[in-house]
Design a protein around this ligand. Sequence first.
Ligand code: XIL
Length: 341
Amino acid sequence: SLTLKDAYKNDFLIGTALSADQIQEKNGKEDSLIKKEFNAITAENIMKSMFVHPQKDKYDFTLSDKFVAYGKKNNMFVHGHTLIWHSQLAPWMEKIADSTEMKAFMQDHITTIVSKYKGKIDSWDVVNEALNEDGTLRKSVFLNTLGEKYLVDAFKLAAKADPNVDLYYNDYNIEEPAKRAGAIALIKKIKAKGGKVDGVGIQGHWRLASPSLEEIEKSILEYSALGIKVAFTELDITVLPNPWDLKGADVNQKFEGNPKMNPYPEKLPDSIQKKLADRYASIFKLFLKHKDKISRVTFWGVHDKQSWLNDWPIKGRTNYPLLFDTELKHKEAYNSVLELK
Ligand code: XIL
């Protein structure tokens, strides 16, 4: 029977994030599902700075080499995630104190990693999550030491190390108006200053009711009007209550272990299973309408058991955000996405 990647083969790539275990083919059933359903992969964690560059003079490419080899062996599009991000940095990077040191770091880090995978990695998230919700630049060790210049520097260094790889700016909530305006201004500025930006990655950590299809559609149109590709890079849809909706402040302490925050520990009720399926169908319908502008749609994980949303923003919940359940079975949402074709 038809699979996701086959159904959408003339439209856009269908990707998934893979864990360290998954690239080592430890679970045969899961491995064959990955190979059947997906034609693009992103490393969920192992290419992040703390893993590939644990110390100033030490890179560790053991797992990232395996990841790239897995993709090549299976004829998959291989996406690199991520070069410059404020999170999951090695501790030594957090201590970089001035512009001279930071310039040297970026030069070494980006050049080493991008050159190593030149011709093997198809696209890179050069910068991840540089923006605040209001569209201003997020405070980080990069902004603090170099100012906004770090953004164009990063794209220039990546293009120099591999002129043929596609370079993306990746972020969440950049389909929402204020943050979207900030992302558009940022991409324009990077390009105006001579940086090469080939695409925008809209993460797509979404909910049942938001963002609206209107905002998603405006985003596809406005970003592609910049002359860049649009990818949805980390798609998942939470069905759980968001603690920030209820209170305002910090989450984990107050809500961990609260049954109201984890309403479906055993099974997702049919009515919500159906809502999830409808939500996925309406999103993919919109993606199909604009398939000429969309390069790739990647899910943030293969199945519900793997999802980071079981532990974020509250640890130890049972979430149901993907198309395959914990037993790797097709969910109603899987069928609704396939049935559009
Ligand atoms: C998440 C991973 O899924 C988790 O396993 C890890 O503990 C934290 O990072 N935005 C991103 C991703 O760009 O790298 C994040 O991945 C999810 C949010």
